[in-house]
Design a protein around this ligand. Structure first.
Ligand code: HEM
Length: 217
């Protein structure tokens, strides 16, 4: 395939520069990224800002993390790089916790390719549809404990460091061989946006009478 952009460092140019991909592959990849990666991250951000706008304590913790990174790197206005983003454990936990309560893909349905038996003995025939309900799972006491309805970023932190859960417990990005390919990219997009905004603005929900119960549950 002819590639006019060999010297560019973006992802699509990188894929295009490999001779192994046809133009059709490339169009599929771009379409996939646009479909899979657009509404998901924006939905995650919407709910995240909505939740944090009701929790000044969480907002303050996020700000403190950003300020201490600014101090240690002696930077002020620059966009954060990969290394700094990796250091943002509290922000990572806050976004992850928001997606537990408000998963962008709330319910996911897949079709069975051939007759199968699930690990618990459940038989699934070819062509049957199987759904898992990420939204419900994120709010189950059996899975998350008595405080399952609470927005609590701390549940993801151990000594201040983000501790991931099994994707089978937290299937927000799906689990197994067809899990989300853009998970890391999603955080790399969401964390700088959040950091940029919190550093410069105080977010307030302007619909004064709207409570979390009315608007969010
Ligand atoms: C918060 C953001 C995101 C969430 C919650 C999310 C969630 C998911 C989920 C649940 C699936 C499985 C869908 C299914 O099989 O039915 C999936 C698949 C996928 N996601 Fe994401 N996604 C996010 C962002 C992104 C981004 C930014 C990209 C890339 C730019 C991306 C690329 C993909 C791709 C390529 C697949 C298909 C994987 C496969 O079938 O093998 N996602 N995602």
């Amino acid at each position: 395939m002819e590639n006019p952009s060999n010297n560019k460092s973006d992802l699509i140019s990188h894929i295009a520069s490999s001779d192994q991909h046809t133009m059709e592959n490339l169009v599929d990849a771009v379409t996939n990224f646009m479909v899979a990666g657009r509404e998901t991250t924006s939905t995650a951000m919407t709910w995240f800002f909505w939740l944090v706008s009701t929790r000044p304590d969480v907002e303050e913790n996020i700000l403190q993390e950003i300020r201490s990174l600014r101090n240690s790197t002696e930077t002020s206005n620059e966009m954060f790089g990969y290394d700094e983003l990796r250091e943002m454990n509290y922000l990572h936990a806050s976004i992850t916790e928001a997606m537990r309560l408000y998963p962008p893909v709330a319910i996911d349905t897949l079709s069975c390719k051939e007759d199968d038996t699930l690990p618990d003995g459940t038989v699934v025939k070819k062509g049957w549809l199987v759904s898992y309900h990420t939204y419900a799972m994120g709010r189950m006491e059996d899975i998350w404990g008595r405080d399952c309805s609470e927005y609590k970023p701390e549940r993801w932190l151990e000594n201040g460091v983000f501790k991931p859960e099994s994707p089978f417990k937290y299937p927000v990005f799906h689990a197994g061989p067809r899990k989300c390919l853009g998970k890391e990219m999603a955080y790399v997009q969401m964390k700088p946006i959040a950091a940029f905004l919190f550093e410069r603005y105080k977010l307030e929900v302007v619909m004064e009478d709207l409570t979390m119960e009315q608007g969010g549950h």
